[in-house]
Design a protein around this ligand. Structure first.
Ligand code: ADP
Ligand code: MG
Length: 492
């Protein structure tokens, strides 16, 4: 570990036969379009480079492969959950009672469930996020959450991989070995999932509609999927609209067709509508209902979105729940990636433990999109505030995962000055994408769709990329033996 750190530092800012490492990383990232939206000083929309690690992080191959292998199982599990009305009703009842936003989603779901879903098929583009742990000389997966709506960063992870592969050409093999960086097919597999959904709709003139937020800062990540769809199949027309524009341009005709600016929509791909602030007023809920009632396919449908609630993730950890949906072997395998998850209403002993040792837990509300969880000492006053109120039902407690740390540097912004290039002890979170299409009767498509690696300072709690907590990274895979040897400070 020390040796690797010394070589990275040596190359970081010193010119050599090629540019310094930070400059090479910056130039390559710029050349592949590794960009995000950013506001300028006047608050106007602009573009900047995303944050990227200067070198790949070393990562246990066994853990990476197990996460890939689990994805079809997770796709199947969440697909089945979302079509089990009785289960969803019971598992989400406390969250519906304790959280207004979940209640609103639930109301929309119940309306379409009782009317009959406008389209029996749903498309899921999921991403299951994991950290890993090292205990008693063994690595294990620890699922952080499973995202069923607006699973982002497929473009950024694909481009980061390209940057790191290039760095493999110029750096010593001990630092970057491109032969150990796995291929990332996330953009193509996600685009193919959307094309398949469009085909299943069966109307060649109908379009794919992407709905995003006004001033979206991950617009490039979203639109890259659009460009890939068109590249793969020129027959598919893709249009993008903001949630704001949808209020006036979307309607449903007598035949339940969704019409946007005069065009019939085959599939709605949501890159918004996952958090309460994305519904400005009643009209947005009205639009969401029209979409759900229409015969357009949805990615995700409201039932997929609800299945991705943190409350469901917690409920799955209870005995027998995964087994309700999957056979014994699949359930066993899925369970190897769980860490302790607890409801507050049933676990006074865990609440007591969390009050005594908050550093061992994360307290999570029913929210997506980052910045909502409580960590460490902040857990104590929040727990005291909510315990005994109905709000408590909407929170879960989770064991805090402590992944092994390693040294890395991140580059943020538009130049390689010291303020933009920071080096520290880091930990990583691996995301695996999956695509699934199916109805209550069958699963038609079930695919694993590439990876995302986000790396952040070991001391940082949150993992959000767009708000500057984490950087996009690439795994460089090592055998367990080499990885353990590296982490225990010997040269790997
Ligand atoms: P969100 O829906 O806001 O993305 P997450 O459950 O993914 O919520 O949590 C946000 C971040 O907090 C994660 O990316 C991770 O960095 C950190 N985190 C969440 N749960 C844990 C945990 N159990 N142990 C350690 N870190 C966690
Ligand atoms: Mg997350």
């Amino acid at each position: 570990m020390e040796e690797r750190k010394a070589i990275i530092e040596k190359h970081l800012n010193q010119p050599s036969e090629w540019n310094c490492l930070a400059c090479e990383c910056l130039h390559c990232a710029a050349s592949v379009g590794f960009v995000v939206g950013a506001k300028n000083d006047k608050g106007e929309d602009g573009i900047r480079l995303g944050s990227i690690t200067c070198v790949p992080s070393l990562y246990p191959k066994s853990i990476y492969e197990e996460a890939l292998a689990l994805q079809p199982l997770y796709n199947e599990l969440y697909h089945k959950i979302s079509h089990d009305h009785q289960y969803m009703k019971q598992a989400l009842s406390s969250a519906v009672a304790g959280d207004e936003f979940t209640a609103r989603l639930w109301k929309t779901y119940e309306t379409v469930y009782h009317e009959g879903f406008g389209n029996p098929l749903s498309l899921g583009i999921f991403r299951s996020d994991y950290m890993y742990q090292l205990m008693d000389g063994k690595f294990s997966l620890a699922q952080i959450e499973l995202n069923t709506i607006a699973s982002s960063m497929a473009m950024l992870s694909t481009q980061a991989q390209q940057v790191h592969r290039y760095l493999g050409d110029i750096l010593p093999k001990e630092i970057v070995d491109a032969s150990k960086i796995p291929e990332n097919n996330s953009i193509i597999t996600i685009a193919n999932g959307i094309i398949r959904a469009w085909e299943l709709y069966g109307q060649k003139q109908a379009v794919v509609l992407i709905v995003m937020s006004e001033g979206e800062n991950n617009f490039a990540d979203i639109r890259r999927i659009q460009y890939e769809i068109v590249k793969l199949n020129r027959e598919v027309k893709v249009v993008a609209r903001t949630a704001e524009a949808m209020r006036t341009c979307a309607s449903k005709d007598d035949d339940k067709r969704l019409i946007v600016d005069g065009k019939e929509v085959a599939l709605v791909y949501f890159r918004t509508y996952y958090s309460p602030d994305q519904y400005s007023d009643e009209s947005d809920w009205g639009v969401r209902l029209i979409i759900e009632q229409s015969k357009a396919m949805k990615c995700p449908s409201i039932q997929y979105q609800l299945a991705g609630s943190k409350k469901i993730q917690q409920d799955l950890a209870r005995p027998g729940v995964v087994e309700r949906f999957l056979d014994t072997e699949k359930s066993r395998r899925i369970r190897t990636s769980f860490v302790g998850l607890y409801s507050l209403e049933e676990n006074p002993d865990i609440i007591e433990k969390a009050l005594q040792s908050p550093e061992n837990f994360v307290l999570k509300p029913q929210r997506e999109g980052g910045g909502n969880n409580f960590y460490g000492e902040d857990i104590v006053p929040k727990l005291k505030e909510i315990c005994g109120t109905s709000e408590m039902d909407a929170y879960i407690l989770m064991d805090r995962v402590r992944p092994p740390a390693q040294y890395n540097c991140k580059l943020t912004g538009s130049d390689t000055s010291n303020s933009n290039c920071t080096c520290t002890s880091t930990v990583s979170e691996l995301g695996i994408y999956g695509t699934v299409i199916g109805s209550s009767d069958e699963i038609i498509e079930n695919n694993t769709a590439g990876y995302l690696l986000r790396t952040k300072a070991e001391k940082t709690n949150e993992g959000g990329f767009y708000v500057g907590h984490s950087s996009i990274d690439t795994p460089q895979l090592l055998t367990d033996r080499d990885m353990i040897s590296f982490l225990s400070n010997k040269s790997a």
